[in-house]
Design a protein around this ligand. Structure first.
Ligand SMILES: Nc1ncnc2c1ncn2[C@@H]1O[C@H](COP(=O)(O)OP(=O)(O)OP(=O)(O)O)[C@@H](O)[C@H]1O
Ligand SMILES: [Mg+2]
Length: 240
């Protein structure tokens, strides 16, 4: 895996994503630069998943523009996303990764070594031959991470990868996120979990009703949030 902050920053300029009369993202402007993970937080329906999909290039804005590396109108090839509920193929853990290596055009001769390396990175060395769909929820999330990393991304988008996991499985995923970030891969991760944001964030983006209400370095955000919405969210009160 290479370590270079290519393809950054990702810049949203007045981005609106509409569905009928509703604006899921509402004139949102944001710059995501290199560095420690950017954590996107906010209540259900705030637009976190939509933001990640737009940043990944899977959804085109209804209005506004997104650029990568300042200029590019098309998203870079070296990007990957792990969806909120990743679907495993009905084959072994190793072959799920093999599928991704094929899709990324990695020569076959390199597959076995790369699969071993990726399974080790996510702590699934002993699970290569197991049917992926029989793995536990936490193991499947780790396999989904390995599969995403098969593309050798420079930017990795993670949509609430720990949402349904217990504390031990959550820690395993967070340790992988740290290892990935330490290799120079930019992580952009949505979460509901403030503790997780605190543990992983370089900077924090608070979304509310399709808008960025706060975007700060993590230490600043947790010490002195600037907006009422962020304070409400931090206090554990319901942000509706
Ligand atoms: N294709 C669509 N058509 C209509 N509404 C949509 C569509 N996609 C998303 N929405 C709505 O937009 C809002 C934001 O959705 P999004 O999934 O981005 O939120 P989220 O912050 O990821 O929420 P959660 O925390 O529940 O995952 C929601 O109210 C959702 O129902
Ligand atoms: Mg979501």
């Amino acid at each position: 895996m290479r370590a270079q902050p290519a393809d950054l920053p990702i810049q949203f300029e007045s981005v609106t994503v509409s569905a009928g009369a509703v604006n899921i993202l509402d004139g949102l402007s944001l710059v995501i630069g290199a560095g420690a993970p950017t954590m996107v937080i906010g209540p259900n329906g705030a637009g976190k998943t939509t933001l990640l999909r737009v940043a990944m290039g899977l959804i085109a804005p209804s209005r506004g523009v997104v650029t990568w590396d300042g200029v590019a109108a098309v998203p870079p090839a070296r990007r990957a996303i792990v969806f909120q509920r990743p679907a495993m193929l009905r084959r072994s853990a190793a072959d799920n990764i093999r599928y991704a290596l094929n899709a990324a055009g990695i020569p076959r001769g390199r597959h076995d070594a790369r699969i071993g390396e990726l399974l080790a990175l996510v702590g699934l060395d002993a699970f290569g031959t197991r049917p992926a769909r029989r793995l536990s929820g936490g193991e499947q999330q780790r396999l989904a991470l390995a599969r995403a990393l098969a593309r050798d991304p420079s930017v990795l988008f993670l949509d609430e990868p720990t949402a349904s996991l217990d504390p031990a499985a959550t820690k395993a995923v967070e340790d992988i996120v740290r290892a990935v970030a330490a290799r120079g891969i930019k992580v952009v991760m949505a979460t509901h979990d403030l503790g997780e944001a605190r543990r992983l964030a370089g900077d924090v983006v608070v979304l509310h009703r399709g808008r960025v209400v706060e975007n700060s370095p993590a230490d600043e955000f947790f010490r002195s949030p600037r907006t009422a919405e962020a304070r409400t969210f931090l206090a554990g009160d319901l942000l509706l």
